[in-house]
Structures are given as C-alpha cells and as structure tokens.
Design a binder for this molecule. Structure first.
Ligand code: SAM
Length: 248
C-alpha cells in the first residue's frame, strides 16, 4: 500500500495496531510503501482501516523465502546478521536466525534498543520482555550484561531464542511467559520492544531499576507511573526510551 509522506506516520500507527508482530516499510518517491504478510482476515482489516490496499498472493513458503532479505546491520561495535553472512573482524557479532520469530535486528526499534544498551555500564542483570528471536538478549550478553532472562508469550520465539543463544555461545535463560500477567523476575535492567499498549501495562509487573522501551512511534511517549524518562532515541519515525524507577 502506498502512502504519501504527510500521512506516513498516521499510517504506521494503524499498521502497528493491525500487525503488532511487524510489517515492512520501503521508501518510495514522495511516499512510503507499507506491506504486511497476512491472510484473508488481515486483508479485510486493512481494507476497513485504509479503505483500500493492493494484495498479492505469496508462496506458501514465504516465511522461509524472506530470509533472502535478512541483511546484517551495525550498531556501534555490535554487528547483527544472519548465519550465512561473515561478521567484520573486531565486531561484536550477534548471529541471528529468527526462524518465525520477530527480530532480525534490522528493525529500527531493535537497533534503537541496542543503541540505548550501549549507553549503560555492562554487568547489570537484564530481563528481555518479548524477546522474539532473542536478538536483544544475545546482544546484551555479548556486551557483558548478565544474568540475562528472555521471556516471550510465543513458544516459537522462546525456541528461536534458545537456538540463537546456543549459536552465539552465550548464556540466556529463555522462558515462555506473559510479560503482563505472569510474575516477572527482578533485574537491574529490563528491555521491552513491544507495542505502546503493552509497554504501558508494564509499570506494575516490571521489577527493574531501569527500563528500555520501544515498539512505538516518535509521536508517542509511554506513560509508565513510577518511572521517569532519562533518554530518548529516534530513527525512521520510531522511538525508544530509557526510563529509571523513581526513588522516594
Ligand atoms: C516487536 S517483537 C520484539 C522482538 C525483539 N525483542 C526485538 O527487539 O527485535 C515483540 C515480541 O513480543 C512478544 N509479545 C507480545 N506480547 C507479549 C506478552 N504479553 N508477553 C510476552 N511477550 C509478548 C511477541 O511474541 C514478539 O516476539
């Protein structure tokens, strides 16, 4: 679906609501192209939201084929890439095969979370809420954070995280859990790259001193009672925040 630049931010917000696990965005002439892999139900929701969208049938094995588009990204010293690419010498390599889980590392929200991790002193314990492929947990472990616990409500994400942690030779305790409704482990730091709606529900359950949040747009700011904003990063219309628990 093509959207003119002036409407891009609004359209991204709607796409995020409709497809919280992710959608694709490609810059075009005077606008952006937004695309989601979905079924007939999703196509109908797109039509209802935008009053029009073009669709093409993709092969049954698209979830495997899209791997050809999995390209490495660099965030400071951290290189995030697929198993079939060679990390440059001296880089802190995070090798990710996301399988069917979200998180190749290339999404701006994931990159922004890594950027904020890089501003913090390593050594702190970390809980990754909504770990997807495990990309943030593994990057954190590579940077010297630990122990690292990775939680996701999707069993395929937990499976992908376990496999990716083993591939990278790092220790990550990956478990299936609902970050909003299940009791969460205490940690110095938590990262939550989810949606604004989910992030905002974390204030009571999150048991951490600092919290990195993302999964929402630059125009949005999470309201998390008990936490104060410390730093914000933005890229391609997306934002990530570092928050600290208020004392006293
Ligand atoms: C946008 S992906 C982020 C993946 C990865 N952390 C990254 O930064 O690339 C969000 C993840 O949150 C998970 N998720 C959604 N709701 C959740 C919940 N209530 N509890 C735990 N995980 C959840 C999804 O399954 C998905 O893997």
């Amino acid at each position: 679906m093509s959207v003119p630049l002036v409407r891009a931010e609004q359209a991204r917000a709607v796409m995020l609501e409709l497809f919280p696990d992710g959608f694709e965005e490609v810059d075009g002439l005077g606008g952006v192209e937004l695309a989601a892999y979905t079924d007939a139900g999703g196509e109908e929701r797109l039509w209802q939201a935008f009053g029009g969208a073009s669709s093409v049938d993709v092969p049954e094995d698209w979830q495997e084929r899209w791997r050809t588009f999995h390209r490495p990204v660099r965030v400071g010293p951290v290189w995030i890439g697929p198993p079939w690419e060679e990390p440059p010498p001296g880089a802190l390599a995070v090798v990710i095969d996301p399988g069917r889980a979200f998180g190749t590392g290339s999404h701006p929200t994931t990159r922004l979370c890594v950027e904020l991790l890089l501003t913090l002193a390593p050594g702190a314990s970390l809980v990754d809420l909504g770990c997807g492929s495990g990309v943030l947990s593994i990057a954190a472990a590579r940077l010297g954070f630990g122990p690292v616990v990775a939680l996701d409500s999707d069993p395929e994400a937990v499976e992908a995280t376990v496999a990716n942690a083993a591939r990278n030779g790092v220790r990550v305790d990956a478990r299936e859990a609902d970050a909003i409704h299940d009791p969460l482990p205490a940690s110095d730091l938590a990262v939550a790259n989810m949606t604004l709606g989910l992030v905002e529900q974390l204030a009571p359950p999150a048991r951490c001193g600092r919290l990195i949040t993302s999964g929402y747009l630059v125009s949005e700011r999470p309201s998390l009672p008990g936490f104060e904003p410390i730093e914000r990063r933005a890229s391609d219309g997306w934002a990530a925040d570092l928050l600290a628990r208020q004392t006293g």
